[in-house]
Ligand binder design. Structure first.
Ligand code: FAD
Ligand code: NAG
Ligand code: NAG
Ligand code: NAG
Ligand code: NAG
Ligand code: NAG
Ligand code: NAG
Length: 626
């Protein structure tokens, strides 16, 4: 089922070591830090970097997964799909089987590695239309999330690399919309493919339906992908933010260590404080560490709600059913899971300039990897796509007759088309011979919402993930509409010498056959959000307020993709990075202003039974008393 199957570790790639990274609790310089960040993932490492820019603050980041050093598929871009699932670098989650997707259970990949999903993802980097941020500002009542206010973080975050080759007649990106002095390198595709020119020709031929986009980071239309790749190698939050900060004396990173739950510490004005975390490397007795200022959950859209629930923050009924004492009854924790799904369509094509033979033939793959190791060039230096597009349905489409338009605004897409120069599907296996083009239709603004729940009070048990894909008629209807638009694109004259025939042509016989194909082949784009939703302070739903503090608690924040109350219109790593950049400013401002000075006494008062655990370790049965 894996997209790319080859044995890991066949080659040894030398990769600069990280400093200040511990694997043993005993080696940590302290058990108390100003900030404790749970998860060294996409968002967590942004905070690690920003909160230690001021050397006077001490920060501990705790990561369950191993180091990303020398992990070839986390470095060589085209090998990324081999990093997950069912490897040491994935949490190996699967979704609950649902009749709406033919009773299938989908592997729900999440990076379990330094850098989190930014080390495991497929590199596409975007921010999204301003509409997404303006909607977030409206939902939270906090204008600080509006695009006008957020845009400055693009320049702090991004280090756009000028294309080596001339862009030709069309702009491939809009220079003014990008930063060059930030932290994470972003670049246009390095390795050109024959199909790329045909795709651009098709945009010229069908400018009404498939306009060319001069910059795909947030503008409607079809254009060149921007990726977290620099000179042919992956750029994750680990290789950028964390690596730039890891010589700072007050930053400690503890890897191969899982946080099991949060520890309630003292109460402040009646609100339970959670300034401690219980952690384990799976071998010795669990230990705990404390935060003088706060604990920040950056464990991602699955890990964060799981930890909140394990700690007694969530829907009371669910917690009680697992024997967990409810400290904060909040029905929203884990709910409003929102995600992107895609449906693949394949076309048999002429010529051999697709990547199918590379994927079928281990000898060719070895040779390409060898070429990449020496030059950082060739097909391995690219991500899984060079081009993609974001589109709206025509306003007279009948699918909005029964459902209000779910796009975040007039400049936000309803659907996306990804263009892959090879057979891509985790469901339908690649035919033994032939060359293929894959056009993937993505539901841009889904309306179905799912949930993450505990399966057990044991932190080592995987949670239940039920995204409820295609449980709303609109979602299926939109994918049908997208499929028909995709078919029109594939019929462009530009492809007449290239495309031989569609593989799934009978899917287009009727609505029913199309729905059947959709149910059977739909898969995820890995963009889960919503399980730790932001909302107004006054809202009767939501997990965190607009300053990302967990409602009803003290000393606890969530900073990761889970705080987006709806899935952004684009791929989610960029929107996650921007949330984390603003979160760092929010946190730094708050402590700078002295608003928390009165709480320093909490540091002395954090844990009530230190005598029974002089070495800093505590047993699980002791915790049961909490
Ligand atoms: C296979 C894949 C492909 C993707 N492709 C793209 C793409 O091309 N473009 C794009 O924009 N987005 C893509 N995404 C999505 C994007 O990467 C995520 O939306 C984003 O990285 C999420 O960031 P995060 O900080 O919320 O979580 P993560 O980056 O996942 O970080 C969470 C971290 O917390 C750690 N953690 C969790 N629980 C615990 C615990 N209890 N104790 C200690 N540590 C814990 C995890 O191991 C992880 O390191 C992809 C995702 C995947 C998985
Ligand atoms: C590290 O942080 C502490 C506060 O926790 C501060 O007192 C100390 O000066 C910092 N150390 C350095 C080297 O900056
Ligand atoms: C995921 O599966 C692989 C292979 O079975 C295993 O080595 C790894 O430990 C699993 N990941 C986690 C987080 O359990
Ligand atoms: C899915 O499972 C349900 C319940 O077991 C069953 O009734 C149904 O026929 C199954 N559907 C498919 C497509 O297999
Ligand atoms: C989900 O989000 C909507 C707002 O989009 C809100 O009205 C609803 O209450 C939320 N549901 C839960 C369980 O939090
Ligand atoms: C890119 O990688 C190649 C091969 O390792 C190296 O020779 C070159 O200097 C690198 N270029 C930049 C700009 O880092
Ligand atoms: C929508 O408008 C277009 C162009 O005006 C027209 O070709 C099409 O038939 C209309 N579709 C519907 C469903 O009315």
């Amino acid at each position: 089922m894996r997209l790319l199957d080859y044995s890991l570790g066949i080659v040894c790639f030398v990769w600069t070591a990280n400093a200040a990274v511990y694997t043993k609790f005993e080696d940590l310089p302290s058990v108390s830090f100003d900030y404790v960040i749970v998860g060294a993932g996409t968002a967590g490492n942004v905070l690690a970097y920003r909160l230690t820019e001021d050397a006077s603050a001490s920060v501990l980041v705790i990561e369950a997964g191993p180091s990303d050093e020398n992990v070839l598929p986390a470095i060589a871009p085209f090998l990324a799909p081999g990093l997950t699932p069912n490897t040491p670098y994935d949490w190996n989650y699967t979704t609950v089987p649902r009749e709406s997707i033919d009773n299938r259970s989908i592997p729900y990949n999440r990076g379990h590695i330094l850098g989190g999903s930014s080390s495991a993802n497929y590199h596409v980097h975007q921010y999204g239309p301003p509409d997404d941020y303006d909607k977030l500002a409206a939902i939270t009542g906090d204008n600080g999330w509006s695009w006008d206010k957020i845009k400055k973080y693009v320049y702090k975050h991004e280090k756009f690399r000028k294309p080596v080759q001339d862009a030709g007649e069309e702009k491939r990106y809009i220079q003014e919309d990008h930063g060059t002095q930030g932290i994470v390198p972003v670049s246009l595709p390095g390795h050109h493919q024959a199909v790329d020119d045909l795709v651009i020709a098709a945009t010229r031929e069908l400018p009404h339906d498939f306009p060319y986009s001069p910059d795909t980071s947030g503008i409607l239309g079809l254009g060149w992908a921007q990726s977290t790749i620099d000179n042919g190698t992956r750029q994750s939050s680990s290789t950028t933010y964390l690596r730039s900060a890891n010589s700072r004396p007050n930053l400690s990173v503890l890897i191969e260590t899982q946080v099991l739950k949060l520890l309630p510490t003292s109460r402040n004005g009646g609100k339970p404080a959670f300034r401690g975390v219980l952690l384990s490397n799976g071998e010795s007795t669990p230990n705990y560490v404390f935060a003088k200022n706060e604990v920040i959950l950056s464990a991602g859209s699955i890990g964060t709600p799981q930890l909140l629930l394990l700690s007694g923050i969530g829907p009371k009924e669910d917690l009680e059913s697992h024997g967990i004492h409810t400290l904060v009854d909040n029905p929203s924790v884990g709910h409003n899971f929102s995600d992107h799904i895609y449906v693949p369509y394949h076309f048999a094509v002429r010529g051999a300039d697709t990547l199918d033979d590379l994927l079928r033939n281990p000898a060719l793959m070895q040779a390409a990897i060898g070429e990449w190791m020496v030059t950082q060039k060739g097909p391995i230096s690219n991500g899984v796509l060079n081009q993609f597009g974001f589109f709206r349905f025509p306003s007279n489409t009948s699918i909005f007759d029964s459902t209000p338009d779910p796009a975040t605004g007039p400049n936000a897409p309803h659907w996306e088309m990804m263009i892959c120069n090879f057979w891509l599907s985790r469901v339908l296996s690649i035919p033994p011979t032939g060359n293929f083009l894959s056009l993937l239709t993505v539901l841009g603004a889904p309306i179905s919402r799912g949930f993450v729940k505990l399966s057990s009070a044991d932190p080592l048990h995987k949670p239940i993930i039920d995204p409820q894909y295609l449980t709303k008629d609109y979602d299926t209807a939109a994918l049908r509409e997208a499929a028909r638009a995709m078919k029109k694109f594939a019929s462009a004259k530009a492809f007449s010498d290239f495309i031989i025939e569609p593989v799934e042509s009978s899917a287009f016989d009727s609505d029913e056959t199309l729905d059947d194909h959709i149910r059977k082949t739909v898969d995820i784009v890995f963009h889960a959000v919503g399980t730790g939703s932001m909302s107004k302070d006054s809202a009767n739903w939501g997990v965190v307020n607009s300053k990302l503090k967990v409602k009803g608690t003290d000393g606890l924040r969530v900073v990761d993709a889970s705080v987006w109350p709806f899935v952004p219109s684009v791929h989610t790593q960029g929107p996650t990075y921007l949330v984390a950049e603003r979160a760092a400013d929010i946190i730094l401002d708050e402590y700078k202003s002295g608003a928390w000075d009165g709480l320093l006494h909490l540091a002395q008062n954090v844990w009530s039974s230190p005598d029974s655990s002089p070495s800093g370790s505590v047993t699980l049965s002791q915790l049961g008393d909490l």
